[in-house]
Design a protein around this ligand. Structure first.
Ligand code: ADP
Length: 398
């Protein structure tokens, strides 16, 4: 089967056309600046990237351009639109309603709309992509794969906040967790790679990218994860603050004479390692370069990031009552040697030790702990698009 995987944001749309037999992407691309002007970056497998600048007033026009690119004589990869057998959509928030992937029908769309207040920036944008595909490719099944679904196995002891219970009952205020597709894909691969018993396994997955989260997975089920009701909670991220004392919100609003919305924008877009470094960058490559040139704030930002991650791992070792494997994935987890080294250096007392040479890798699957290490530490590249394509095929083939 050929599956078009779509990750639709408010002004951008990422796509991959995946051949489910070979599990390879036939083409990957990105529509940017939808509703502003419009640019399509399209790369056929093994070919050169093509950039097409053209007006993209809305997502339907964007998806039509994607399809035109996919069937183009020079840089296309299929002969006809009919070769697309199914579309898999990344949907951000499934609330408590969706505990697994689903074939999208009117009822599912209504359900996603119902939980939209929990992700007002993401869910409506995701649904625009779904509707556009329904219009352009009538009869082609659309599957929704939720970021939150894999974490729905968490028990109340892990997902409840210390708030009045009625806010959970009335308004669904609780922890949900995100990046579920990645945590699921990578933890399953770890079971295979390390020949662990799926029914007797304790894995901690560190998905470290621009947005970062860590999860504790026991016997294939998430028992805790660091993101909460929204992706703001937990680790220090590229531009998000992660865990802070909530009183800071009130204090900043008063002190800076700013609205709640303005303070939330600061916590979302101007904080994290970007804010900590005094605005050097949210990208760790820039932070590493600045640290090497003696920038103390950039150095501190990276250390704060690693320290917070180590604290979560420590907490999850307690939650799991042990750990068989610690997995690093996503942009930073796969590529950043310094961060992996800093994080694992906190676990010497437990006999967890990195093989410094093995740790010199970027973007490849490899065990990076020593043979004597009490716990295996491994890098496993994530592939959320492939995970979405697999879920799509499984549901469509039923
Ligand atoms: P997103 O959450 O946007 O998907 P990514 O998973 O792409 O983010 O992660 C982005 C982070 O990964 C950046 O901080 C970047 O510095 C880091 N990163 C990506 N590639 C490399 C690399 N080759 N070397 C070091 N760091 C990298």
């Amino acid at each position: 089967m050929k599956v078009l995987v779509i990750n639709c944001g408010s002004s951008s749309l990422k796509y991959q056309l995946i051949d489910s037999e070979t599990e390879k992407a036939l083409a990957v691309g990105l529509c940017e600046r939808i509703g502003i002007d419009g640019r399509l970056n399209h790369t056929p497998a093994g070919g050169e990237k093509v950039v097409i600048e053209s007006d993209m007033p809305d997502h339907e026009v964007a998806i039509r351009m994607v399809i035109d690119a996919l069937v183009n004589k020079d840089y296309g990869v299929i002969g006809d639109l009919k070769e697309i057998d199914a579309v898999g959509h990344r949907l951000v928030h499934g609330g408590e309603k969706f505990t697994s992937s689903v074939i999208i029908d009117d009822e599912v769309i209504a359900g996603v709309e119902e939980v939209s207040p929990l992700a007002p920036l993401h869910n409506p944008a995701n649904l625009i992509g779904v509707r556009a595909c329904q219009n352009i490719m009538p009869g082609v099944p659309n599957v929704g794969v939720f970021d939150t679904a894999f974490h729905q196995t968490m028990e109340p002891v892990a997902f409840m906040y210390g708030l009045p219970y009625e806010y959970y009952e009335k308004y669904k205020v609780r922890r949900y967790g995100f990046h579920g597709t990645s945590h699921s894909y990578v933890s399953k691969r770890a079971l295979e790679l390390l020949s662990l018993n799926p029914d007797n396994s304790k894995i901690i997955v560190c998905h470290l990218g621009n947005g970062s989260s860590i999860s504790a997975i026991k016997n294939g089920k998430v028992i805790d994860t660091s993101m909460g009701m929204t992706p703001m909670e937990g680790l220090v991220m590229g531009t998000r603050c992660g865990d802070i004392d909530p009183t800071i919100v009130e204090y900043l609003a008063h002190t800076l004479d700013k609205s709640l919305e303005d303070v939330m924008t600061i916590l979302n877009k101007e904080s994290g390692v970007y804010g900590l470094s005094g605005g050097v960058s949210s990208d760790f490559r820039d932070l590493d370069a600045a640290s090497n040139e003696g920038n103390e704030k950039a150095k501190l930002a990276v250390e704060v990031f690693s320290y917070r991650a180590a604290k979560y791992i420590g907490a999850y070792i307690a939650a799991l009552d042990g750990v068989d494997a610690i997995v690093f994935t996503a942009g930073l987890g796969e590529n950043n040697i310094v961060v992996r080294d800093q994080i694992i250096s906190h676990f010497g007392y437990m006999g967890i030790e990195l093989d410094k040479e093995a740790n010199q890798i970027r973007g490849e699957e490899r065990v990076i702990s020593t043979l004597d290490s009490k716990v295996t530490v491994v890098v496993i590249p994530t592939n959320e698009e492939l995970a979405i394509a697999r879920e799509t095929v499984a549901l469509v083939q039923g």
